[in-house]
Design a protein around this ligand. Structure first.
Ligand code: GRF
Length: 192
């Protein structure tokens, strides 16, 4: 069984989708703990409500990466909670080799585009500006690059006439909530 440590910085709707799949018995996994670099992020509130360990991880002095003492603390916390797998769910920091090596091949992420298209920030805006007819979401293994690891699963979303960044991102989010549990199911079942 996967013992998943979730890392997030924001709302945590993907974490909730994973937790609901576990609760519904469609994903054979356990949430070990939920870590956030943002003390008042809603993901921690969701975790408290769902009864999972909700932990604020102070990542100072770094602003955009998880490194140094915070990285060491993160590894320690995952192990303390018997976590053996990491799911990044809206975690807005770059993961460095310390964590990557501690959980080699066992860290995944979700990104709101069909990678390799539109990596990095504001993927919905990038898609609208590029004028593509289709975008979507990708669950992928995490490597040292930004949104570059091997793809596990993708779900497509059509760009509709009149779409704003908000309407498009809302539809991408709906697909993300299906894609993340589906990707974890493939890993939990040994399919990949
Ligand atoms: C998602 O769009 C995900 O693709 C991106 O950050 C967002 C997180 O949303 N990496 P949530 O916090 O899971 O609601």
């Amino acid at each position: 069984m996967l013992n998943i440590a979730i890392f997030g910085s924001g709302s945590g709707s993907n974490y909730q989708a994973i937790a609901e799949a576990i609760e519904a018995g469609t994903l054979d996994a356990r949430i070990a703990c939920v870590l956030s670099d943002v003390e008042d992020a809603f993901i921690l509130e969701r975790a408290r409500r769902l009864g999972h360990p909700a932990i604020h991880l102070d990542c100072a002095p770094f602003k955009t990466k998880l490194d140094g003492e915070a990285e060491a603390r993160a590894i320690e916390l995952i192990r303390e909670h018997d976590g053996d797998f990491v799911a990044l769910a809206g975690f807005m920091r770059i993961v460095k080799p310390g964590l990557l090596n501690a959980f080699a091949g066992r860290i995944i992420n979700i990104h709101p585009s069909l990678l390799p298209n539109f990596p990095g920030l504001e993927a919905g805006k990038q898609a609208l500006e590029a004028g593509v007819a289709e975008t979507g979401c990708t669950v992928h293994f995490v490597d040292a690059g930004i949104d570059t690891g091997a793809v596990i699963i993708q779900r497509k979303v059509s760009v509709l006439p009149g779409d704003t960044e908000e309407t498009l991102m809302n539809r991408i989010h709906e697909q993300e909530h299906l894609a993340y549990p589906e990707a974890l199911r493939k890993i939990a079942s040994g399919e990949i």
